[in-house]
Design a protein around this ligand. Structure first.
Ligand code: H79
Length: 473
């Protein structure tokens, strides 16, 4: 091919690329270990991930035994961090596994409850920062196999959730306070040598997990911010490729690896590393612009910051309507909402969590149509709540969290779109009134209550008939 033809093809290719990819072409730095792809994944496995809407997070480990207390003292931090508390003798914590015997654990009961709540996927802690493994890893003795319980918790959960039709994702912490080679930073040649052993161990464990649990759809990494790990761009990049080769379609977020300049989540060119933005922990973006068109998840705790079991929650505990609002807000901005549960040391899910799961599930039974496979509707956010749009059917939903005192929802539409009909889900068509050009009232029928109501709206092309009466000011 002549050089001229090559240049011509490049120019033509540039003009047909989607806008997002063209923006990404601004990149100026050549990277060995940056983003592997520009723009969203378009394969069926990722479409499946995108459609979940609601997920469950499970934090379970030996930290559930002290449950935020030690020798009568109250630990105010996140319960799964109790080992790092000066009041907690490390030696004693590292022997807690000898008491791990959750006789009340019933994987099927957890899975049923998650199903009833409406969760479409679950993320399970295989190993948190303390290093304790809920599966019988060959590469350390600090596992459930050496506890009095002995049985494979990850195996039981994987089977039980799969049986309920809930996709399983495995959480894995790179921070490992139990492994002798783990370091937060590498300051001496001895540190570097020790860390090489830790890297081999990490690779072995991850490959082991994917081999043992091939139904796993993705990995949710945590504890990747320490300098020692951030410096492993080449290793982490090739490991990610290796992991992906084991399970086709494997979903891995932006938290796993940094680029060679130590940039995390977004590489040195600002491009997302991994399949989705994984930085929304206990927080939700204000608007869709903040997400730059990327897939993303939000992982949320029920109290302010407790993931593992803490027997004595302090501060605000979210209600089911608050959680539902967070979920729909995420969905409306194309995100998945993942709600955390921290079962106790005996394997029971606490009463507060069970009640919330039931309340969310009750709502989902009638309204999940506005959640599953629903994303951004292309309409501006309005005061009463959130628009969502089903990616397959194109149906547009309104979930009303702030019911106006006049009982009417005010909907503004962009130029060129007209409101055709609005109805309750499986219910009556509602009366609408055109207030002015591109602006309508929808008269709600059901009385005000504390249940967020969902409506389905049909639009048609064309402008509304109302006269434009712009006041001169
Ligand atoms: O697994 C959950 C957390 O334990 C983990 N990510 C979620 C999914 C996480 N690890 N670190 N962080 C979140 C952020 C760091 C928090 C800390 Fe603290 C601030 C560690 C020490 C001070 C909060 C307060 C936790 C312990 C005390």
């Amino acid at each position: 091919m002549t050089l001229f033809r090559k240049i011509l093809i490049l120019i033509l290719a540039g003009s047909i690329l989607p806008a997002s990819a063209q923006v990404a072409k601004r990149s100026s730095v050549t990277l060995q270990h940056g983003a592997h792809r520009l723009g969203r994944r378009t394969d069926p496995a990722m479409a499946r991930w995108r459609a979940y809407g609601l997920g469950q997070f499970l934090h379970w480990g030996v930290y559930a035994i002290p449950g935020g207390h030690w020798k009568g003292k109250y630990y105010a931090g996140a319960a799964e961090w109790i080992r790092s508390w000066p009041e907690m003798p490390k030696e004693e914590y590292d022997n807690l596994y000898k008491q791990f015997n959750p006789t009340g654990f019933d994987a099927r009961a957890w899975a049923r409850q998650a199903k009833e709540m409406g969760a479409r996927y679950v993320i399970i802690t295989t190993k948190h920062h303390d290093g304790f493994c809920l599966w019988p890893s060959k590469y350390t003795s600090y596992t459930v196999a050496h506890s009095p319980y002995q049985k494979d918790v990850i195996g039981a959960l994987t089977d039980a959730y799969k049986a309920e039709g809930i996709d399983v994702y495995l959480y894995f912490s790179i921070i490992d306070w139990n492994h002798p080679g783990y370091r937060a930073s590498l300051n001496t040649p001895a540190d570097r040598q020790a860390y090489e052993g830790f890297k081999t161990f990490t690779r072995n464990q991850l490959l082991e997990l994917l081999e043992r649990y091939p139904a796993c759809k993705g990995l949710w990494f945590d504890g990747t911010w320490d300098k020692a790990w951030v410096e492993q761009a080449a290793f982490a990049d090739s490991l990610e490729t290796e992991l992906r080769s084991k399970i086709p379609g494997l979903v891995i977020g932006s938290r796993f690896r940094a680029d060679e300049n130590g940039k995390r989540h977004f590489d040195s060119n600002g491009d997302l590393i991994g399949d989705y933005e994984q930085g929304w922990e206990r927080k939700i973006p204000d608007n869709i612009q903040q997400l730059n068109g990327n897939d993303w998840d939000c992982v949320m705790t029920i109290p302010e910051n407790q993931w593992g079991y803490h027997s004595d929650w302090k501060g605000h505990v979210k209600t089911s309507t608050e959680l539902l609002e967070m979920m729909v807000k995420c969905n409306a901005m194309e995100g998945n909402f993942v709600l955390n549960f921290g079962p106790d040391g005996n394997g029971k899910i606490r009463e507060e969590e069970t009640r919330l799961a039931r309340e969310i599930g009750d709502w989902m039974k009638t309204n999940s149509e506005a959640v599953y496979n629903c994303g951004y509707a292309g309409l501006e956010k309005q005061d009463w709540g959130y628009f969502t749009r089903n990616r397959q059917t194109g149906k547009i939903y309104l979930t009303i969290f702030n019911r106006p005192v006049n009982g009417k929802v005010r909907v503004r539409l962009p130029a060129g779109r007209q409101l055709r009909t609005v109805r309750e889900l499986k219910g009556a068509t509602l009366k609408t009134e055109e207030i002015r050009k591109q602006e309508y009232f929808i008269e709600l029928k059901i009385p005000a209550g504390n249940i967020p109501q969902v409506l389905e709206m049909e639009l048609s092309e064309g402008s509304s008939s109302g006269k434009e009466e712009e006041a001169k000011t």
